[in-house]
Design a protein around this ligand. Structure first.
Ligand SMILES: [Zn+2]
Ligand SMILES: [Zn+2]
Length: 366
Protein backbone atom coordinates (compact mmCIF):
# COMPACT_ATOMS: atom_id res chain seq x y z
CA UNK A 1 0.00 0.00 0.00
CA UNK A 2 0.98 3.63 -0.36
CA UNK A 3 1.94 5.55 2.80
CA UNK A 4 3.77 8.67 3.96
CA UNK A 5 6.71 7.58 6.08
CA UNK A 6 8.75 9.77 8.44
CA UNK A 7 12.46 9.10 7.87
CA UNK A 8 13.92 11.86 10.01
CA UNK A 9 13.83 15.64 10.39
CA UNK A 10 12.30 17.26 7.27
CA UNK A 11 12.35 13.88 5.54
CA UNK A 12 8.87 12.59 4.61
CA UNK A 13 8.59 10.06 1.80
CA UNK A 14 5.60 8.68 -0.08
CA UNK A 15 6.43 5.00 -0.51
CA UNK A 16 5.09 1.45 -0.83
CA UNK A 17 4.86 -0.42 2.47
CA UNK A 18 3.20 -3.63 3.62
CA UNK A 19 -0.56 -3.48 4.17
CA UNK A 20 -1.39 -4.15 7.86
CA UNK A 21 -3.09 -7.36 9.03
CA UNK A 22 -5.47 -7.25 12.01
CA UNK A 23 -4.89 -9.47 15.05
CA UNK A 24 -7.80 -10.36 17.36
CA UNK A 25 -9.57 -7.21 18.54
CA UNK A 26 -7.95 -5.07 15.83
CA UNK A 27 -9.38 -3.76 12.58
CA UNK A 28 -7.95 -2.46 9.32
CA UNK A 29 -9.71 0.44 7.67
CA UNK A 30 -9.24 1.82 4.16
CA UNK A 31 -8.60 5.53 4.60
CA UNK A 32 -10.89 7.74 2.53
CA UNK A 33 -9.87 11.09 4.06
CA UNK A 34 -7.34 12.37 6.56
CA UNK A 35 -5.61 15.65 7.39
CA UNK A 36 -2.42 17.29 8.67
CA UNK A 37 -2.20 18.59 12.24
CA UNK A 38 0.09 21.19 13.79
CA UNK A 39 1.51 18.34 15.87
CA UNK A 40 2.68 16.63 12.66
CA UNK A 41 4.58 19.81 11.79
CA UNK A 42 6.33 19.64 15.19
CA UNK A 43 7.25 16.00 14.50
CA UNK A 44 8.65 16.67 11.02
CA UNK A 45 10.68 19.64 12.31
CA UNK A 46 12.14 17.39 15.00
CA UNK A 47 10.46 19.22 17.90
CA UNK A 48 8.59 16.12 19.06
CA UNK A 49 10.48 12.84 18.70
CA UNK A 50 8.99 9.80 16.97
CA UNK A 51 10.93 6.86 15.53
CA UNK A 52 12.04 7.00 11.88
CA UNK A 53 10.11 4.52 9.74
CA UNK A 54 6.75 5.49 11.25
CA UNK A 55 3.72 6.41 9.13
CA UNK A 56 2.40 9.75 10.46
CA UNK A 57 -1.15 11.12 10.73
CA UNK A 58 -3.75 10.73 13.47
CA UNK A 59 -7.06 11.85 11.93
CA UNK A 60 -8.70 8.93 10.11
CA UNK A 61 -11.96 8.67 8.18
CA UNK A 62 -12.40 5.36 6.38
CA UNK A 63 -14.21 2.15 5.56
CA UNK A 64 -13.76 -1.13 7.45
CA UNK A 65 -11.60 -3.35 5.22
CA UNK A 66 -10.86 -6.28 7.52
CA UNK A 67 -11.83 -7.28 11.06
CA UNK A 68 -9.68 -9.27 13.47
CA UNK A 69 -11.32 -12.04 15.53
CA UNK A 70 -13.95 -11.03 18.08
CA UNK A 71 -15.46 -8.02 16.28
CA UNK A 72 -18.02 -9.64 13.96
CA UNK A 73 -21.00 -9.17 16.29
CA UNK A 74 -20.54 -5.42 16.43
CA UNK A 75 -19.00 -4.44 13.09
CA UNK A 76 -19.01 -5.48 9.45
CA UNK A 77 -16.65 -5.00 6.53
CA UNK A 78 -17.75 -2.02 4.40
CA UNK A 79 -19.03 0.17 7.26
CA UNK A 80 -17.86 3.78 7.25
CA UNK A 81 -16.08 4.86 10.43
CA UNK A 82 -14.01 7.53 12.08
CA UNK A 83 -11.46 6.83 14.78
CA UNK A 84 -10.34 9.37 17.37
CA UNK A 85 -6.75 10.57 17.27
CA UNK A 86 -6.56 9.08 20.75
CA UNK A 87 -7.30 5.34 20.90
CA UNK A 88 -7.76 4.31 24.56
CA UNK A 89 -7.89 0.62 25.51
CA UNK A 90 -10.73 1.17 27.98
CA UNK A 91 -9.30 -1.32 30.48
CA UNK A 92 -6.04 -0.07 32.00
CA UNK A 93 -5.49 1.86 35.27
CA UNK A 94 -5.77 5.24 33.54
CA UNK A 95 -8.81 4.34 31.42
CA UNK A 96 -10.64 2.94 34.44
CA UNK A 97 -9.79 6.12 36.35
CA UNK A 98 -11.41 8.19 33.61
CA UNK A 99 -8.26 9.65 32.06
CA UNK A 100 -8.50 7.77 28.75
CA UNK A 101 -6.06 9.96 26.88
CA UNK A 102 -3.34 8.92 29.35
CA UNK A 103 -4.05 5.22 28.60
CA UNK A 104 -1.13 3.07 29.90
CA UNK A 105 0.82 6.20 30.98
CA UNK A 106 1.62 9.81 30.03
CA UNK A 107 0.10 10.66 26.59
CA UNK A 108 -0.21 6.89 26.05
CA UNK A 109 -3.65 7.13 24.43
CA UNK A 110 -2.07 8.94 21.49
CA UNK A 111 -0.78 6.09 19.38
CA UNK A 112 -1.48 6.87 15.68
CA UNK A 113 1.54 8.54 14.11
CA UNK A 114 3.25 8.62 17.51
CA UNK A 115 3.93 5.08 18.72
CA UNK A 116 2.18 3.07 15.96
CA UNK A 117 1.61 3.66 12.24
CA UNK A 118 -0.82 6.46 11.43
CA UNK A 119 -3.43 7.54 8.92
CA UNK A 120 -1.36 9.02 6.08
CA UNK A 121 -1.74 5.79 4.14
CA UNK A 122 -4.18 3.74 2.10
CA UNK A 123 -4.85 1.46 5.09
CA UNK A 124 -4.68 1.88 8.87
CA UNK A 125 -4.54 -0.70 11.65
CA UNK A 126 -6.89 0.31 14.50
CA UNK A 127 -5.96 -1.08 17.92
CA UNK A 128 -8.64 -1.90 20.52
CA UNK A 129 -11.22 -1.59 17.76
CA UNK A 130 -14.26 -2.17 19.98
CA UNK A 131 -13.43 0.93 21.97
CA UNK A 132 -12.48 3.02 18.98
CA UNK A 133 -14.37 2.35 15.73
CA UNK A 134 -17.21 4.91 15.56
CA UNK A 135 -19.80 4.33 12.81
CA UNK A 136 -20.51 7.37 10.64
CA UNK A 137 -24.20 7.99 9.81
CA UNK A 138 -24.96 7.88 6.05
CA UNK A 139 -26.22 11.46 6.24
CA UNK A 140 -22.73 12.81 7.00
CA UNK A 141 -19.98 13.30 4.42
CA UNK A 142 -16.32 12.51 5.04
CA UNK A 143 -15.47 16.21 5.20
CA UNK A 144 -18.23 16.86 7.73
CA UNK A 145 -16.57 14.44 10.16
CA UNK A 146 -12.91 14.91 9.23
CA UNK A 147 -12.23 17.45 11.98
CA UNK A 148 -13.78 15.34 14.75
CA UNK A 149 -10.96 12.85 15.53
CA UNK A 150 -8.65 15.60 16.80
CA UNK A 151 -9.26 19.30 16.19
CA UNK A 152 -12.91 19.48 17.25
CA UNK A 153 -12.53 17.01 20.11
CA UNK A 154 -9.50 18.88 21.43
CA UNK A 155 -10.86 22.39 20.95
CA UNK A 156 -14.24 21.69 22.48
CA UNK A 157 -12.55 19.92 25.41
CA UNK A 158 -10.86 23.24 26.19
CA UNK A 159 -14.27 24.68 27.06
CA UNK A 160 -15.36 21.47 28.82
CA UNK A 161 -12.22 21.21 30.96
CA UNK A 162 -12.56 24.91 31.71
CA UNK A 163 -16.06 24.12 33.01
CA UNK A 164 -17.55 27.00 31.03
CA UNK A 165 -20.96 27.85 32.52
CA UNK A 166 -24.00 29.71 31.23
CA UNK A 167 -23.24 33.43 31.24
CA UNK A 168 -19.47 33.06 31.60
CA UNK A 169 -16.88 35.35 30.09
CA UNK A 170 -14.33 33.35 28.11
CA UNK A 171 -11.13 34.43 26.35
CA UNK A 172 -9.58 32.11 23.77
CA UNK A 173 -5.90 32.78 23.06
CA UNK A 174 -5.11 31.99 19.39
CA UNK A 175 -7.71 31.26 16.71
CA UNK A 176 -6.07 28.52 14.70
CA UNK A 177 -8.20 25.41 14.06
CA UNK A 178 -8.04 24.28 17.72
CA UNK A 179 -8.66 27.76 19.11
CA UNK A 180 -11.64 28.16 16.78
CA UNK A 181 -13.09 24.89 18.06
CA UNK A 182 -12.50 26.11 21.64
CA UNK A 183 -14.44 29.26 20.73
CA UNK A 184 -17.19 27.04 19.34
CA UNK A 185 -17.11 24.95 22.53
CA UNK A 186 -17.52 28.08 24.68
CA UNK A 187 -20.55 29.06 22.60
CA UNK A 188 -22.09 25.58 22.84
CA UNK A 189 -21.68 25.62 26.63
CA UNK A 190 -23.51 28.93 26.90
CA UNK A 191 -20.81 31.52 27.49
CA UNK A 192 -22.06 35.11 27.25
CA UNK A 193 -18.88 36.99 26.37
CA UNK A 194 -16.49 35.09 24.09
CA UNK A 195 -13.31 36.90 23.10
CA UNK A 196 -11.26 35.43 20.22
CA UNK A 197 -7.64 36.61 20.23
CA UNK A 198 -5.36 36.33 17.19
CA UNK A 199 -3.07 38.63 15.18
CA UNK A 200 -4.30 37.31 11.78
CA UNK A 201 -7.37 39.19 10.42
CA UNK A 202 -8.83 36.14 8.58
CA UNK A 203 -8.65 34.10 11.76
CA UNK A 204 -10.43 36.81 13.74
CA UNK A 205 -13.07 36.86 11.01
CA UNK A 206 -13.46 33.07 11.28
CA UNK A 207 -13.62 33.41 15.09
CA UNK A 208 -16.79 35.47 14.75
CA UNK A 209 -18.29 32.71 12.58
CA UNK A 210 -17.42 30.16 15.27
CA UNK A 211 -19.05 32.14 18.08
CA UNK A 212 -16.72 34.91 19.25
CA UNK A 213 -18.69 37.98 20.35
CA UNK A 214 -15.57 40.15 20.26
CA UNK A 215 -12.12 39.70 18.74
CA UNK A 216 -8.82 41.26 19.78
CA UNK A 217 -5.59 41.72 17.87
CA UNK A 218 -2.70 41.21 20.34
CA UNK A 219 -0.41 43.19 18.03
CA UNK A 220 -2.60 46.26 18.43
CA UNK A 221 -3.79 46.29 22.03
CA UNK A 222 -2.98 45.21 25.58
CA UNK A 223 -5.12 42.07 25.64
CA UNK A 224 -5.06 41.58 29.42
CA UNK A 225 -6.08 45.20 30.05
CA UNK A 226 -8.86 44.94 27.43
CA UNK A 227 -10.21 41.72 28.96
CA UNK A 228 -10.24 43.31 32.44
CA UNK A 229 -11.99 46.36 31.03
CA UNK A 230 -14.70 44.11 29.54
CA UNK A 231 -15.24 42.32 32.88
CA UNK A 232 -15.52 45.25 35.28
CA UNK A 233 -11.85 44.93 36.16
CA UNK A 234 -12.11 41.33 37.35
CA UNK A 235 -10.69 39.27 34.49
CA UNK A 236 -12.47 36.49 32.60
CA UNK A 237 -14.09 33.44 34.20
CA UNK A 238 -12.25 31.09 31.85
CA UNK A 239 -9.19 31.64 29.67
CA UNK A 240 -8.34 28.98 27.08
CA UNK A 241 -4.77 28.76 25.82
CA UNK A 242 -4.71 27.24 22.31
CA UNK A 243 -1.22 27.99 21.04
CA UNK A 244 1.44 26.55 23.36
CA UNK A 245 3.83 29.37 24.28
CA UNK A 246 4.95 31.29 27.35
CA UNK A 247 3.55 34.65 26.14
CA UNK A 248 0.01 33.31 25.53
CA UNK A 249 0.11 31.11 28.65
CA UNK A 250 1.14 34.09 30.75
CA UNK A 251 -1.42 36.43 29.17
CA UNK A 252 -4.12 33.80 29.74
CA UNK A 253 -3.09 33.46 33.38
CA UNK A 254 -3.04 37.24 33.91
CA UNK A 255 -6.51 37.55 32.40
CA UNK A 256 -8.20 34.93 34.62
CA UNK A 257 -10.15 36.39 37.56
CA UNK A 258 -9.56 35.13 41.10
CA UNK A 259 -11.37 31.78 41.31
CA UNK A 260 -11.33 31.41 37.51
CA UNK A 261 -9.90 28.66 35.34
CA UNK A 262 -7.03 28.60 32.86
CA UNK A 263 -7.79 25.73 30.48
CA UNK A 264 -4.67 24.88 28.55
CA UNK A 265 -4.65 23.06 25.19
CA UNK A 266 -1.24 24.19 23.93
CA UNK A 267 1.77 21.91 23.47
CA UNK A 268 4.72 23.56 25.26
CA UNK A 269 8.46 23.14 25.19
CA UNK A 270 11.06 24.49 27.59
CA UNK A 271 10.00 26.10 30.85
CA UNK A 272 6.55 27.44 31.62
CA UNK A 273 6.55 30.30 34.15
CA UNK A 274 3.70 31.59 36.30
CA UNK A 275 4.60 35.10 37.61
CA UNK A 276 3.53 35.52 41.26
CA UNK A 277 1.27 38.52 40.62
CA UNK A 278 -0.64 36.59 37.91
CA UNK A 279 -1.61 33.93 40.46
CA UNK A 280 -2.14 36.44 43.28
CA UNK A 281 1.00 35.15 45.05
CA UNK A 282 -0.44 31.65 44.83
CA UNK A 283 -3.58 32.58 46.79
CA UNK A 284 -5.99 33.44 43.96
CA UNK A 285 -8.07 30.24 44.02
CA UNK A 286 -7.46 29.86 40.30
CA UNK A 287 -7.16 26.49 38.63
CA UNK A 288 -4.95 25.48 35.73
CA UNK A 289 -6.13 22.41 33.84
CA UNK A 290 -4.47 20.72 30.86
CA UNK A 291 -6.21 18.43 28.38
CA UNK A 292 -5.09 15.99 25.72
CA UNK A 293 -7.67 15.35 22.98
CA UNK A 294 -10.46 13.04 24.26
CA UNK A 295 -10.80 9.96 22.05
CA UNK A 296 -12.71 6.67 21.92
CA UNK A 297 -15.86 5.82 19.98
CA UNK A 298 -18.34 7.34 22.45
CA UNK A 299 -16.63 10.75 22.21
CA UNK A 300 -16.73 10.46 18.40
CA UNK A 301 -20.43 9.47 18.50
CA UNK A 302 -21.27 12.55 20.57
CA UNK A 303 -19.37 14.88 18.24
CA UNK A 304 -21.06 13.32 15.18
CA UNK A 305 -24.45 13.90 16.85
CA UNK A 306 -23.59 17.57 17.15
CA UNK A 307 -22.81 17.72 13.42
CA UNK A 308 -25.86 15.64 12.41
CA UNK A 309 -28.21 17.87 14.41
CA UNK A 310 -26.57 20.96 12.88
CA UNK A 311 -25.42 22.28 16.23
CA UNK A 312 -22.00 22.70 14.66
CA UNK A 313 -20.42 22.75 11.22
CA UNK A 314 -16.67 22.33 10.87
CA UNK A 315 -16.48 22.26 7.07
CA UNK A 316 -15.36 25.93 6.84
CA UNK A 317 -12.05 24.78 8.36
CA UNK A 318 -11.23 22.65 5.30
CA UNK A 319 -9.69 25.22 2.98
CA UNK A 320 -7.57 23.00 0.69
CA UNK A 321 -7.71 19.47 -0.77
CA UNK A 322 -4.85 17.23 -1.89
CA UNK A 323 -4.15 13.69 -3.04
CA UNK A 324 -2.01 11.60 -0.67
CA UNK A 325 0.57 11.50 -3.48
CA UNK A 326 0.88 15.27 -3.13
CA UNK A 327 1.41 15.25 0.63
CA UNK A 328 4.66 17.19 0.31
CA UNK A 329 2.82 20.03 -1.36
CA UNK A 330 0.06 19.93 1.24
CA UNK A 331 2.59 19.85 4.07
CA UNK A 332 4.53 22.75 2.60
CA UNK A 333 1.37 24.87 2.36
CA UNK A 334 0.11 23.92 5.82
CA UNK A 335 3.39 24.19 7.71
CA UNK A 336 4.10 27.67 6.30
CA UNK A 337 0.48 28.79 6.73
CA UNK A 338 0.39 29.94 3.12
CA UNK A 339 -2.64 30.96 1.10
CA UNK A 340 -4.81 31.49 4.21
CA UNK A 341 -4.81 27.76 4.84
CA UNK A 342 -6.76 26.56 7.86
CA UNK A 343 -6.85 22.76 7.40
CA UNK A 344 -6.11 20.56 4.39
CA UNK A 345 -8.05 17.42 3.48
CA UNK A 346 -5.92 14.55 2.16
CA UNK A 347 -7.38 11.78 -0.01
CA UNK A 348 -5.52 8.50 -0.68
CA UNK A 349 -7.91 7.80 -3.59
CA UNK A 350 -7.64 11.06 -5.47
CA UNK A 351 -9.99 9.98 -8.25
CA UNK A 352 -12.78 9.02 -5.87
CA UNK A 353 -12.40 12.42 -4.23
CA UNK A 354 -12.63 14.11 -7.62
CA UNK A 355 -9.03 15.27 -7.45
CA UNK A 356 -6.21 14.48 -9.78
CA UNK A 357 -2.82 14.11 -8.14
CA UNK A 358 0.05 16.12 -9.54
CA UNK A 359 1.96 12.92 -10.25
CA UNK A 360 -0.95 11.56 -12.29
CA UNK A 361 -1.43 14.89 -14.06
CA UNK A 362 2.20 14.83 -15.16
CA UNK A 363 1.84 11.22 -16.31
CA UNK A 364 -1.25 12.09 -18.36
CA UNK A 365 0.49 15.03 -20.03
CA UNK A 366 3.60 12.92 -20.70
ZN1 LIG B 1 -3.37 16.56 16.13
ZN1 LIG C 1 -6.19 2.28 28.71
Amino acid sequence: MKAVVFHGINDLRVEEVRKPQPKPGEAVIRITATTICGTDVHIVKGEYPVRPGLILGHEPVGIIEELGAGLGAEYAVGQRVIVGAITPCGQCFYCLNGTHSQCHGPLGGWRFGNTINGAWAEYLLVPDARANLALVPDTLTDEQVLMLPDIASTGISGAESGNVRTGDSVAVFAQGPIGLCATLGARLRGAALIVGIDPVPERREMARRFGASVTLNPAECDVVAELKRMTEGRGVDVAIEALGGQPTFEAALRSVRPGGILSSLGVYSGKLVAPYEAVYAGLGDQRIVTTLCPGGKERMRRLMEMVATRRMDLTPLVTHRFALDDLHEAFELFSHQRDQVMKVAIFPDAQAAGLRSRAEAVAVQG
